[in-house]
Design a protein around this ligand. Structure first.
Ligand SMILES: Cc1ncc(COP(=O)(O)O)c(C=O)c1O
Length: 381
């Protein structure tokens, strides 16, 4: 069995020289904690990029937690979430002791299905019990179809939170994902298109909301020299070192998007002659970053299961993973309500994420392609 000499990871950090320079500056100035110039500059740069006020927090998960609080989510409320998502995108519902309702994906984008959302909200409206908020996630670098989602939520007056953790650098009809709803959240964790080593950014239409999130993220300390607290706060602020790394990464965001797209399209071209394996759809309304190169495998036509491909690649020292496991199939959420679910289950069963790093060399890409081809009995390698 052929093995690549070093592990080819799914998605790894891709750092340059700006990051070192900014971190060095933070060290020299001795601003290494949760206050400093890079934090302020990172927020200003995100505000320029998004056109909205922003606050830098410890993680995307923390940002979603604060975002839900901003939308008024409290004990016992219902909150809608896509079932196809990562746990960090919906666990904050439980942090507030609210109740998630999971809704299925549509096939065009793999994201929240507007028709199912509408049916659900109509049902709840007739019961006089609308959910407190709706979360929409933009998975794998592709935006959900925001116009219908915004229209439906607007009609029922339920606020929408955009989980843009995976969609930094993408666009929706020329607009920046994360900026279309009341609140948006980005993740800068180590596997994302750009990273601060960890980190998250919250943006909101309303400056006061961002101020409130900053207050909660810094232990909700009231003004004054002594330690007064009138509300429950969190230690959720980003560090200036993380911000320094993230600032360096912001400089290359566009380049990273093009590199990730090129990897996905290279795989697509190389697999064109293989039966039963196709790239995740690229919805016409936006620009997909292909943060992860996701493919759907039809095991009948391809001649091998998705799991066989994952294990064959693993044996060749290549990391590949299934598409997210839907939340309604998780033990943690076994009692949660779900609307639909079959599409997400199918995407999870048939979907594979291939190595997608922006630094993936030609040689590494060629090796991944060759190993995937080797899994297909209908092709002679
Ligand atoms: C869809 C989604 N939501 C939320 C998160 C949470 O972000 P973080 O890891 O920065 O807490 C992630 C990433 O990890 C994610 O992929």
């Amino acid at each position: 069995m052929k093995r690549y000499p070093t592990r080819i990871y799914l998605s790894k950090p891709h750092l340059g020289t700006w990051e070192r320079r900014f971190v060095q500056e933070a060290f020299e100035e001795n601003w290494v904690s949760t206050v400093g110039r890079h934090l302020n500059d990172l927020e200003a740069e995100f505000s320029t990029y998004t056109g909205l006020p922003s606050v830098a927090v410890a993680t995307g998960t923390a940002g979603i937690h604060l975002g839900l609080k901003l939308l008024g989510v409290r004990d016992g409320d219902e909150v809608v979430s896509p079932t196809l998502t990562f746990a960090g995108g919906c666990n904050p519902i439980l942090y507030e002791r609210a109740r998630p309702v999971f809704i299925d994906s549509e096939r065009q984008s793999w994201n929240l299905d507007p028709n199912l959302l509408e049916q659900f909200l109509r049902r709840r409206a007739s019961q006089g019990a609308l959910p407190r908020a709706v979360i929409v996630a933009h998975l794998f670098g592709q935006c959900a179809d925001m116009d219908p989602l915004l229209e439906i939520c607007g009609r029922f007056e339920v606020p929408l939170l955009e989980d843009a953790a995976e969609a930094l650098g993408a666009s929706y009809k020329g607009r920046v994902p994360g900026t279309l709803a009341k609140v948006g959240v980005y993740s800068l964790n180590g596997n994302k298109i750009i990273t601060g080593s960890t980190g998250g950014i919250l943006v909101a239409q309303d400056e006061l909301m961002v101020e409130k999130a900053r207050y909660w993220a810094t232990q909700a300390r009231d003004p004054g020299a002594d330690y007064r607290h009138s509300e429950l706060g969190y230690n959720y602020r980003m560090s200036n070192i993380v911000a320094a790394i993230a600032r360096g990464q912001m400089k290359v965001l566009e380049e990273r998007v093009e590199q990730r797209r090129a990897v996905a399209f290279h795989y697509r071209e190389a697999f064109a002659e293989l039966p039963g394996i196709e790239l995740m759809p690229q919805a016409e309304y936006g620009k997909h970053t292909n943060w992860l190169s996701c493919f759907l495998v039809d095991e009948e036509r391809f001649g091998a299961t998705r799991d066989t491909i994952v294990s064959t690649l693993d044996a060749a020292n290549i990391e590949a993973r299934p598409v997210w496991k839907p939340m309604h199939t998780q033990k943690l959420y076994r009692d949660a309500e779900v609307v639909g679910g079959a599409v997400a289950e199918e995407l999870n069963r048939r979907g594979i994420c291939l190595p997608s790093s922006s630094s993936l060399s030609e040689e590494e890409q060629a090796f991944v392609i060759e190993r995937v081809r080797a899994c297909c009995p209908r092709i002679t390698v």
